[in-house]
Design a protein around this ligand. Sequence first.
Ligand SMILES: C[S@@+](CC[C@H](N)C(=O)[O-])C[C@H]1O[C@@H](n2cnc3c(N)ncnc32)[C@H](O)[C@@H]1O
Length: 315
Amino acid sequence: MNLFFYLSKENISLAQAEIETLTNKKGQLIDELFFVSTNKKNLDKKLAYTRAIYLHLLTCKKDQLITKLQSFYWQKYYKKDFALRLHHSKEFTEKQLAKYIWSSIKNPKVNLKDPTTSFELFFIEDLVVCGKLISKITEPFLSRKPHLKPAHHPSSMSPKLARAIINLTGIQKGSFVDPFCGVGGILVEAGLMGFSVLGYDIDPEMLKKAAINLKHYKIKNYKLRKKDATKIQRKIKYLATDLPYGRGTKKINKKTLYSAFIKNLKKNLSHRAVVIFPHYIDYKTIIKQSGLKLKQEFSVYTHHTLTRKIIVLEN
Ligand SMILES: C[S@@+](CC[C@H](N)C(=O)[O-])C[C@H]1O[C@@H](n2cnc3c(N)ncnc32)[C@H](O)[C@@H]1O
């Protein structure tokens, strides 16, 4: 199926990478739309930085739009009732253009409130892209923000970013590991996605809080272990983690801790790890010295003293 994904402007490159990893396909980006041919199911249940998914119907130059709308076989895609929605259109209204669709359908019914068939046009400079809405991403990330969880901690990350980094590991099924799990922000997202989760932390208080959060979201398939993440000895297929750098890490030599962790990860990793470093650490040297391969990197501005560097690693 030829699909396009309407990406969140928050982080276009992260949104694109999530899709490429989950579909295992390269796509084409036009502004905030990302075009991929794929038959992968349930992407709407996984993606974090995508707003909606569409079946791609046509792309044309703006000055050919009316002719294209008149000749397109809308009946093939129409079910029950329809609405036409426009994004970023300066010169047309929905009503003006919907009449071309209306006149090509047998017994057309318009439903502006809750249409079964939603045709949508995206105006991007001199291009118009038309799609039929397949699904909107409605995951309630905001309701799971760290401060709304029963056990919280200031260093916990947003559920949306947590989802994205889990997706970047490429996990489709099986077991997921967070070696610095804290109160379990990343583990909760991986658990809700249906993966069995294993969290390590050196601080038993953090593990207690992680257990409270996992139970709160009715996640059953989890294990929590008190362990120094630099000393883990087991094969790990999929790992995503946010390294410790917030309050409470002032006394720790971060470079030493990160180097020891990455060096140990080299021994254990069999597929892919996504590790978040703070921007001010020379992570490239740490990774180079470990022998792991740096496959991709992304930046997420967090606040004026912190940009998170999201690093995808393979062995
Ligand atoms: C950035 S927080 C993790 C936040 C977590 N990603 C979340 O979203 O809730 C870092 C955690 O690493 C733990 N930690 C620090 N040094 C550690 C070590 N050597 N091994 C394991 N855990 C460690 C701290 O106790 C803290 O809970």
